[in-house]
Design a protein around this ligand. Structure first.
Ligand SMILES: Nc1nc2c(ncn2[C@@H]2O[C@H](COP(=O)(O)OP(=O)(O)O)[C@@H](O)[C@H]2O)c(=O)[nH]1
Ligand SMILES: [Mg+2]
Length: 336
């Protein structure tokens, strides 16, 4: 049994020594909304920072039911068994509730990985805004890296803004697609296809192979209409089956090939630097907002001003300015 409270140095040492219990507890700290936990979590992260950044970070998206979790189980098994990798599976699902709701990242979809010492699976933090979930997941990723996990998978719910958040924290973004839906190209959100570094047509098995090959051709021609990716790499379209194992080695080859090519060109590091800067600015905005709403003067004045705005007695902008002037952040509203 571990003692109830550990120091930041004890957390860091435990994580470096490969303790899954300490890693899990440190992730709980960075997920916590309690200020004391958050402070300790930041100290742990700071201590571990020199040991982060050495993994390959892979985001996996696609509509619910496309087979993301099953795919991660199959690809993860290939990586552990055939490539000797140590991996972590994280998830971003702002709709997730503890003890019910979404099963994203659920160990029941990844029974083999869940039983492996070389794999660490963590479901999405629950009951938070997307911003809060994204922050916790980024920080969990760093903790997993310090624990020596050299591949990090981040699964998204595949709806809404979660994809953008995950794209902003990974090196490689993989879009899973189903064949045979017929109008998949029209239904597809163009922006997500543009973010993808590779497309996988899933469930290419059990009589579905021909439809999958047709979908591959369709997506390949659709990709030709897109502007060149900033990475300089053309996203491949691959056929995969988590059931038969088809295409899994090819997917990994594509990911490693991409990493090697972009490390060579400098884009890999550039993308990470951009992500860090984006994260800095998002953190500033989140923190300003939190401090604003926690301000006692704002708290006192807000209800009356809300009524004035609703009744049309004052413009929303003027009301916002009045409230901001009550806080120490006055004058800090210049655009980024
Ligand atoms: N035939 C076949 N079924 C699959 C494959 N991958 C997943 N499935 C099934 O598709 C359903 C959804 O899978 P899941 O991994 O939970 O999808 P997610 O919602 O995207 O995470 C499950 O019933 C899986 O058994 C595959 O490669 N082939
Ligand atoms: Mg899933």
């Amino acid at each position: 049994m571990l003692p109830k409270r550990l120091s930041a140095a004890e957390y860091a040492a435990g994580i470096r020594a490969g303790s899954r219990t300490v890693l899990g507890r440190a992730i709980t700290l960075v997920e916590s909304t309690l200020p004391a936990d958050q402070r300790l979590g930041q100290e742990v992260l700071q201590a571990l920072l020199p040991h982060t950044g050495r993994s390959l970070r892979v985001g996996i998206t696609g509509v619910p039911g496309v087979g993301k979790s099953t795919f991660i189980e199959a690809l993860g098994r290939y990586l552990v068994e055939s490539r000797g990798k140590k991996l972590a599976v994280l998830a971003v699902d702002p709709s997730s509730q503890r003890g019910g709701g979404s099963i994203l990242g659920d160990k029941t979809r990844m029974p083999w990985l869940a039983a492996q010492a070389a794999a660490f699976i963590r479901p999405s933090p629950a009951g938070r805004s997307l911003g809060g979930v994204a922050r916790a997941t980024r920080e969990a990723m760093l903790l997993c890296e310090a624990a020596g996990h050299d591949v990090i998978f981040v699964e998204t719910v595949g709806v809404g803004q979660s994809e953008t958040a995950v794209h902003g924290m990974v090196d490689f973004f993989l879009l899973l697609l189903l064949a045979g839906a017929g109008d998949e190209l029209q239904g597809m959100k163009r922006g997500i296809m543009e973010m993808a570094d590779a497309l996988c047509i899933t469930k290419a098995d059990q009589g579905n192979e021909q439809a999958a090959r047709r979908a591959k051709v369709d997506y390949q021609s659709a990709l030709h209409l897109f502007p060149a990716a900033p990475s300089g790499q053309v996203p491949p379209v691959l056929l995969t089956s988590a059931v038969s194992g088809t295409g899994l080695a090819e997917v990994w080859q594509a990911i490693e090939g991409y990493a090697a090519a972009t490390q060579q060109s400098g884009y890999f590091e550039q993308r990470r630097q951009q992500q860090q800067l984006q994260w800095l600015h998002q953190s500033i905005v989140q923190e300003l907002e939190a401090r604003f709403y926690a301000d006692a003067a704002v708290h006192a004045r807000l209800p009356a001003l809300q009524q004035d705005v609703a009744a049309g007695r004052i413009t929303p902008f003027a009301a916002a300015t009045q409230l901001l002037d009550l806080t120490g952040t006055a004058g800090a509203t210049s655009p980024r």
